[in-house]
Design a protein around this ligand. Structure first.
Ligand SMILES: [Zn+2]
Length: 511
């Protein structure tokens, strides 16, 4: 079965844009007339085997009306153009599309406005949806195959990833522990490495979570996480910054949140669920529970419950940018923005300062590689917004490569473009205000929720106990600490990298 899968994978190396197949004849200019579609009657989901995969389409923007979305389940991809967009429609709506959009009785502009695409053909290349011309992938020249090549930087399939992570953990038992957040739909483990010098300390410092490959066909991050772990574990007590990161934080690295999607060469999980649309969305889903969620989403939610994360990045592909919250609601005025927008912006600029490909992505909503999510395109049910809103994590999304599926020969380049940026992000994640909030009478660390506001940002950050690591930029900040039943305290704290010590804050009970 593995051999079969590999044979299938090797086709990727030979794709060309000409391999894109169009189900409709012609590719004329889209009309400007708006064309509203009537949704079909909702049919009960037929019982039986696994549903068919969604179909990848290129659609004229004129066609993307609420009616079209309701009828087809259309989800827009982030590769967007002025006149056209890429995206997916439900396989269950194929008849509707055939009869209402592509039939000879449909207006010609709508027929010209929708094409089915061969996703295999698109994998590994970045295509402009307006012109259907390929955009240069990360490297102009793509060499290695995926994953069976002999390149020095090669993809790990699931078994190889497991073996590599086990070997890394076994090689550095004092610095790393391999844990499993899974299982996936197909019972693969969602491995994550817990790394840090204070691995088992009650207070191991701020926790940073890096997640890659939640879309199975967005692959570079999966390998970058392995390279990062090699550097973190191999560089301890050799490299000053890496030593500071390992001493000053706990780094959690999940190379693949969607191991089934990776093996199946698809975006979705094993049930064709888009994991980055399946988290509780705070604008319309107050149900912050794992009930009914895909198992991979439930696993990450439970991981947040087990470890409260201060900072997080998740890695995707298909363009190159640093995507800031919010994805699900506008970020126009400061009152609408994420409360740590300024801090996040400083993290984003730091990230892009060492990634030239990202910095050069300028225009539209991209300001030298940095964008707010919603203004780029709305995402509902995304992981980033969930983890910020529901779990008080500071979370951003990184797009690593113009091609979603980066050929193995280009992995080294993507790593070179992002290594400094990721290490710098981890270094900054050790930095901020580190407090031990105690009951004034007993001297014991509070066991209940504590809220901390710092004068650099309007955002009040919640913590599960009096052990507080509030990330801030360098500076001396006015810090206000609140807990139910206690008198709030405001004090001045100078931010620092965590070195094991906490500043004690005593709260007196309210009478
Ligand atoms: Zn993605």
């Amino acid at each position: 079965m593995i051999i079969q899968a590999r044979r299938r994978l090797c086709r990727v190396a030979s794709f060309t844009i000409a391999a894109i197949t169009l189900a409709t004849a012609g590719c004329g200019q889209p009309g400007t007339q708006r064309f509203f579609l009537t949704p079909p009657e909702i049919q009960p989901t037929p019982a039986g085997p696994r549903a068919a995969a969604p179909r990848y389409v290129r659609v004229s923007r004129d066609l993307i009306t609420p009616g079209f979305i309701a009828a087809t389940g259309f989800e827009q991809d982030h590769v967007t153009g002025e006149t056209h967009a890429f995206g997916w429609i439900n396989s269950t709506s194929l008849d509707f599309v055939q009869n209402e959009v592509l039939s000879s009785s449909a207006p010609s502009e709508s027929r010209a406005g929708l094409q089915f695409l061969d996703e295999d053909a698109l994998r590994g290349v970045a295509v402009d949806p307006d012109t259907m011309m390929t955009r240069e992938p990360v490297l102009a020249k793509s060499t290695g195959a995926y994953p069976g090549s002999n390149e020095s930087r090669d993809y790990h399939d699931y078994e190889e990833l497991t073996a590599e992570l086990e070997a890394l953990a076994a090689g550095s038992p004092a610095l790393a522990r391999l844990e499993n957040a899974g299982p996936s739909v197909a019972s693969r483990n969602l491995w994550y490495m817990k790394a840090g010098a204070r691995l088992d300390a009650a207070n191991g410092g701020p926790r940073t979570l890096l997640i890659a490959n939640m879309h199975g066909d967005e692959t570079a991050g999966r390998e970058l996480m392995i390279y990062l772990l090699r550097d973190l574990l191999g560089g301890y007590n050799r490299d000053e910054r890496i030593t500071r990161i390992m001493n000053g934080s706990q780094v959690f690295v999940m190379p693949s949140m969607n191991p089934d999607g990776f093996e199946d060469r698809q975006r979705w999980n094993g049930d064709y669920k888009d994991l980055n649309r399946s988290f509780p969305d705070f604008t319309d889903d107050p149900n912050d529970t794992i009930n009914g969620r895909p198992p991979e989403v439930a696993a990450v939610m439970k991981l947040h419950d087990r470890y409260a994360f201060a900072n997080s990045l998740n890695f995707h592909g298909g363009t190159v940018c640093f995507n800031m919250p919010w994805d699900t609601k506008p970020n126009r005025q400061s009152s609408e923005k994420f409360g740590d927008d300024a801090y996040m912006n400083s993290l984003a600029r730091a990230y892009t300062s060492s990634n030239r490909t990202m910095r050069d992505n300028h225009g539209g909503t991209f300001d030298h590689g940095v964008t707010h999510g919603y203004e780029w395109y709305e995402v509902d049910g995304g992981m980033q917004d969930w983890s910020i809103h529901y779990r008080d994590t500071t979370h951003a999304t990184i797009e690593l490569s113009y091609a979603k599926t980066v050929s193995a020969g280009n992995l080294e380049t993507v790593w070179r473009e992002n290594r400094e940026a990721i290490l710098d992000f981890l270094d900054r994640s050790t930095f901020g205000v580190h407090l031990n909030v105690v009951d004034d009478a007993s001297g014991a660390t509070l066991a209940s929720r504590v809220e901390v506001t710092t004068s650099n940002a309007p955002r009040a950050t919640g913590f599960r106990s009096g052990l507080v690591h509030r990330m801030t930029p360098a500076g001396t900040w006015q810090v206000t600490v609140r807990a139910a039943g206690y008198v709030p305290v405001t004090l001045q704290v100078t931010a620092s990298s965590f070195n094991g010590s906490l500043q004690t804050v005593r709260l007196a009970r309210a009478s």
